[in-house]
Design a protein around this ligand. Structure first.
Ligand SMILES: [Zn+2]
Length: 245
């Protein structure tokens, strides 16, 4: 599946096509060092995408930057948060990040390919659309009738139920779905706070995800893993994480 890049104001998203060249300079893969990135006090991160923020379909998440680099720390044991200052990259968290334990034998760099973004249909008043991306945008855009339809969709598509998922016996089905239904994330909506020690613990916003890559996008070959990126609305540090699909 291609990259899905989210815009939150208003809720919308774009999807990419690796190998296709559009009017903007987006690309998949490439060597981060050769691309001019400088890593400070950390091993080089793997460049998964470098997006051109001049494309109206690419939200300007990094103010004053022309490029939005989406890295993943394959040289470390788990995901991390990084700060982007021009082409200077620093890991800001977690403080217990450990290396020398690659989850798989990652290449030095992923094959560099052009890619282009296309706008995808998303109607924030349509319960089908909302439930497909509830883990990214939430469901507050639905009215009362829309929530009712959304709950019907949840009954058909998930086994989430208060008896197995609610932390308290008093939770209703609606409360349980509101908290636990996080499509396209199968393990619930990602809930994380900023790990930058110089920032307050802001809740992060999901900006992009990639799952089930095809052969040319072998970020996690033969593994059912989604890579996703979130941003801190305050300090703009980016968290790169993965989760099972
Ligand atoms: Zn922050």
């Amino acid at each position: 599946m291609p990259l899905q890049l989210f815009n939150h104001a208003p809720p919308s998203y774009a999807q990419d096509e690796i190998g296709k060249r559009g009017g903007f300079n987006h690309r998949f893969g490439g060597d981060a060092i050769q691309s001019g990135y400088r890593f400070h006090d950390c091993k080089p991160l793997h460049l998964i995408y470098e997006l051109d923020q001049s494309d109206p379909l690419c939200p300007s998440y990094l103010t004053g930057q022309s490029r939005l680099p989406l890295f993943y720390p394959f040289r470390y044991e788990q995901g991390c948060s990084y700060e982007v200052r021009g082409q200077d990259i620093r890991i800001v968290g977690p403080s217990w990040l450990t290396d020398n334990f690659p989850p798989w034998d990652a290449p030095e760099a992923f094959c560099e390919l052009p890619t282009r973004l296309s706008s995808m249909p998303y109607d924030p008043s349509d319960p089908q659309d909302v439930m497909a991306f509830k883990g990214v945008f939430g469901w507050d855009s639905l009215d009362e009738a829309g929530i009712k339809d959304a709950l019907a969709i949840a009954r058909e598509t998930t086994s989430i139920h208060p008896s197995t998922h609610a932390p308290e016996d008093s939770w209703t089905y609606e409360q349980t779905i509101e908290s636990c239904y996080g499509a396209p994330f199968v393990q619930g909506p990602p809930v994380a706070q900023c790990q930058n020690p110089n920032c307050t613990k802001e809740w992060l916003t999901t900006i992009a995800l990639q799952t089930e890559p095809v052969k040319t996008e072998m970020v996690w070959p033969d593994q059912f893993v989604m890579t996703y990126w979130q941003i801190c609305p305050k300090c703009k540090c980016i968290a790169a994480e993965n989760t099972c699909t």
